[in-house]
Design a binder for this molecule. Structure first.
Ligand SMILES: Nc1nc2c(c(=O)[nH]1)N[C@H]1C(S)=C(S)[C@@H](COP(=O)(O)O)O[C@H]1N2
Ligand SMILES: [Mo]
Length: 315
């Protein structure tokens, strides 16, 4: 994931612009009921099935979302190739339905559930989140989904459940990138239980009011907006409650480069490049480079989860 990212020269750092803050949250709340689609920042194709959802301004930034085309043609999804434009091309014929997810580990309720069953009784929300890839580019995305916490609660995790592990589909016939050994398949990610239960942590099934496109992780993917993008595992087929910290794909591939926590932190550089700034995809060249914010701008909401932890050690 990291090989083509250039070092960022200090001279490229631009002055602060508009940031996600408590104030932005309040501004969002005042704009309640105004759909992000009304901003005209992008247009999903007529072919994608519309979803029923309500906007959640409490958990939305006021920055303009990236265009649909940007969010769906500049992707990381190594199961469909390692170049940014590979997933949009190679996932075109992927069939994300029917789909089922296996729940196991430290929970009273376990088993295999259909996607429809998992979505039952989960009202969908649109949330406009900032998204920061570890490769130092960023997007603003109007996701549609529901809080992971309300899904997990249904399975009654036991008191031994300290972590949640997520696994992507393994099927090299349907995911041609898995025929290469660029990563140890299947892709695995994980969260501490309190991170998983945080109200910002989202199970995503849609984008721009429509069913999630294959290249963005159909039919079900995770979004944790204060963490680097690689925590947002796609096309999930298994959720396991665990007493111990999961062995996650990127931290196994390069433990000194990709930590388990992966909280966005401009003060902790990647060993091979700075994390102090980021490039906003689609922004005019001179405005594209902007400072990266601690916890991706969500510090007010999540910093307390890491009180007393050395974020340089637990990166
Ligand atoms: N299964 C799986 N999930 C994945 C990845 C992947 O290669 N495989 N890439 C991650 C990375 S590095 C990023 S930045 C985001 C990209 O999400 P997007 O393509 O929807 O922007 O997905 C994450 N989830
Ligand atoms: Mo990423």
């Amino acid at each position: 994931m990291a090989t083509r990212v250039p070092r960022i020269a200090p001279s490229e750092i631009t002055p602060p612009e508009v940031y996600f803050s408590r104030r932005a949250l309040l501004a969002g709340a005042l704009a309640a009921g105004v759909s992000t689609l009304a901003r005209g920042a992008g247009s999903p194709p007529a072919g994608a099935a519309p979803l029923e959802y309500t906007a959640n301004p409490r958990y939305s930034v006021s920055e303009a979302p990236n265009r649909y085309e940007e969010i769906t043609t500049y992707n990381n999804f190594y199961e469909f190739g390692t170049d940014k434009e590979d997933p949009s091309e190679n996932a075109r014929n992927f069939q994300p339905r029917p789909w089922s997810v296996t729940i196991d580990g430290e929970a009273e309720t376990r088993g295999t559930f259909t996607l429809e069953d998992l979505l039952k009784g989960q009202p969908l929300e649109e949330r406009v989140y900032r998204f920061r890839c570890v490769e130092a580019w960023s997007l603003v995305v109007p996701w549609v989904g529901f809080p992971l916490s309300s899904l997990l609660a249904r399975f009654k995790p036991t008191s031994r459940a300290k972590y949640v592990e997520f696994t992507t589909l393994y099927d090299p016939h349907r995911m041609p990138g898995q025929r290469s050994s660029v990563l140890a398949w299947p892709y695995v990610e994980g969260l501490r239980m309190d991170e998983a239960m945080h109200p910002l942590t989202l199970m995503v099934v849609g984008l721009y009011g429509r069913v999630l496109p294959n290249q963005d992780g159909a039919p079900l993917r995770l979004i944790v907006p204060w963490k680097y993008g690689f925590k947002g595992i796609k096309s999930i087929v298994r959720i396991r409650f665990s007493a111990t910290q999961p062995h996650t794909t990127w931290s196994l591939a390069a433990p000194n480069e990709y930590g388990f926590y992966a909280n966005v932190n401009p003060a902790v550089d990647h060993p091979r490049w700075s994390q102090a700034t980021e490039r906003r995809i689609g922004a005019p060249f001179l405005a594209a480079r902007r400072p990266t914010l601690l916890f991706n701008g969500y510090a007010d909401e999540v910093a307390s989860l890491y009180q007393g932890m050395d974020l340089r050690r637990y990166f």
